[in-house]
Each structure stands twice: as C-alpha cells, then as structure tokens.
Ligand binder design. Structure first.
Ligand SMILES: Nc1ncnc2c1ncn2[C@@H]1O[C@H](COP(=O)(O)OP(=O)(O)O)[C@@H](O)[C@H]1O
Ligand SMILES: [Mg+2]
Length: 263
C-alpha cells in the first residue's frame, strides 16, 4: 500500500535528451503533500523540461515517475491529469475569445441526462471555484470574456480550471513572467488559496524574490542537474538564497557550509 504521508510526487534519476542535448542529466526531486515547492534555476537549466516530464508531455529518456506512492508507466498528459497533476503553462492555457465559464469547463462540460450542457450548474460551480481561490473582482463574473481579463486574473482562471479537475498537484511554469507587481500579487493570493485547500503547488519563477515569498521549500536545477534541495529555514532571507544562486552560477556548486543548520 502507498503511504498516505509519503511524498505526493517523486521523480527518480530523470534523464531527458533532445537529440544530442542532454536537458536533464539525472534529476531526483521529491514533492511533499500540501507544500509550495519553488523550482529555481537559470534560463535553460531544465525547469520546464522537468515539469513537462512530470506532466506527461515529454517521455523521459530514462528514470522513474512516482505519484502517490505508485510508479507510473505509460505516462501521458491524460494519465498525469487523471492522477491529479495539472500544469498551467503561461498564455497557452486559455482561449481568450471565450468566457471564464467556457474556459473552466472546456472539454469537460457538465452535462444533463440528455447530453446537453448544464449551464446553471456550470455557472454555480464556476462561481464556487472563483470564490475558493479568492477571485475578488466585482467587475467580472463567469460570463466575462477571458480576453478582457488581466494577466493575473487569467492565471486565476487557469488555476480554477485545475481545481475543477480536482488536481492534487498544480504546476505553475513562470505564471508571473509578463505580469506587473499588482498582478503578481494576485497570482500569489491564488496560490495561497490553493495551498490552504491542502493541495500541492510547484511554482517556477526566475524572480527569486517572488519565489521566495510563496515557497516552503526550494529545488534548484543547474545545467540539467539538481544543485540544491532544502527548506526555507536553510536561509536567512531572500538575499541569502539569491547569494547562493549567484555562487552557483559562478562556481557550478552550492557551498553547503554557507547554509543555516536549523533545518
Ligand atoms: N523540445 C526541445 N527540443 C530540443 N531542445 C530542447 C527542447 N526543450 C528544451 N530544450 C533544451 O533543453 C534545455 C533546458 O530547457 P528548459 O527546460 O526549457 O529550461 P528552463 O525552463 O529552465 O529555462 C535547453 O538547453 C533547451 O534548449
Ligand atoms: Mg522554462
């Protein structure tokens, strides 16, 4: 039997080659239930490749994917979804000309016994999901067109859709890259709400200050290899983490003696 208190996701020794490029050279990452894991690394480090492997988009060249204590074979985007893992990719996730409610239920509509869309039920459910993640704007309702929403609100719709699918793990790949500070705060509030509901979040960002604020633990990749895994308490603050990242970029390694031991 799978241990209910065990890790929700384990990637074991994942290697991913694209032709002659080895994007991941053997990465092992553990994700605990209910945490926000900040996934950090320079451009090209392999962050997106790692989460696309978890999302079933890329088949690993070698290595194992474990979810909820079970090793997953024949992994695919559908299998990942069915196992409770939802990945939100920036901008690509939504259909801007459609309403919020249409986007949330796209491909997974609530239907009645005649196979017709149950509009009323979808509206109720969309309202509930938007409330659950703290969608506060009075200007918008489930019928609002997504193209009229701000970037942060669009991320909120994508997260609401992930919740509708009863995701246990929500992966956000650079959700704040194109956003203003206010909009970024909005996305953080959505992530907080997801965490409070007991779900797990993997958050990728290259602004370390942003990732610092919302993460419980960090996983750092450098040139396709894991360079650091540890809790927030290993650092004095965001600047300490940034210092470590700069050191890593310069020397290719993390100086463990510079970290706090309280962890
Ligand atoms: N589909 C692909 N085909 C070939 N190379 C790829 C592909 N996807 C990513 N790569 C390469 O793998 C490396 C890691 O990329 P990526 O995972 O996107 O990094 P990150 O998300 O950390 O910026 C890069 O060298 C990138 O060029
Ligand atoms: Mg990326």
């Amino acid at each position: 039997m799978a241990d209910p208190n065990g890790p929700i996701v384990e990637l074991k020794n994942i290697v991913k080659r694209f032709g002659s490029v080895e994007a991941l050279t053997g990465v092992s990452m553990t994700v605990r239930k209910g945490e926000v894991l900040g996934l950090l690394g320079d451009n090209g480090a392999g962050k997106s490749t790692l989460v696309k492997t978890l999302a079933g988009v890329h088949a690993p060249t070698s290595g194992e994917i474990w979810v909820k204590g079970v090793q997953r074979e024949a992994w695919s985007p559908l299998a990942a979804r069915n196992a409770g893992i939802e990945t939100v990719f920036q901008d690509r996730a939504l259909s801007p000309q459609h309403s919020i409610v249409a986007n949330i239920f796209m491909g997974r509509e609530i239907t009645n016994s005649l196979g017709l869309i149950n509009v009323r039920k979808q509206m109720d459910e969309a309202n509930r999901l938007m409330r659950e993640i703290g969608f506060t704007s009075k200007v918008f309702n489930p019928n609002s067109i997504v193209g009229n929403l701000s970037g942060g609100e669009r991320q909120g719709v994508a997260i609401a859709r992930a919740l509708y699918n009863e995701a246990d793990v929500i992966v956000l790949d650079e959700p704040t890259t194109a956003l203003s500070l206010t909009e970024t705060q909005k996305v953080f509030r959505f992530v907080e709400a997801v965490k409070e509901s007991g779900r797990t979040v993997i958050f990728i960002g290259h602004n370390i200050y942003h990732v610092w604020d919302i993460s419980d633990r960090f996983f750092v990749i450098d040139r396709g290899k894991e360079a650091f895994e540890g809790p927030k308490s290993a650092f004095e603050g965001a600047d300490h983490l940034i210092h470590m990242m700069h050191d890593l970029a310069e020397t290719g390694r993390v100086d463990q003696t510079s970290l706090r031991k309280s962890a």
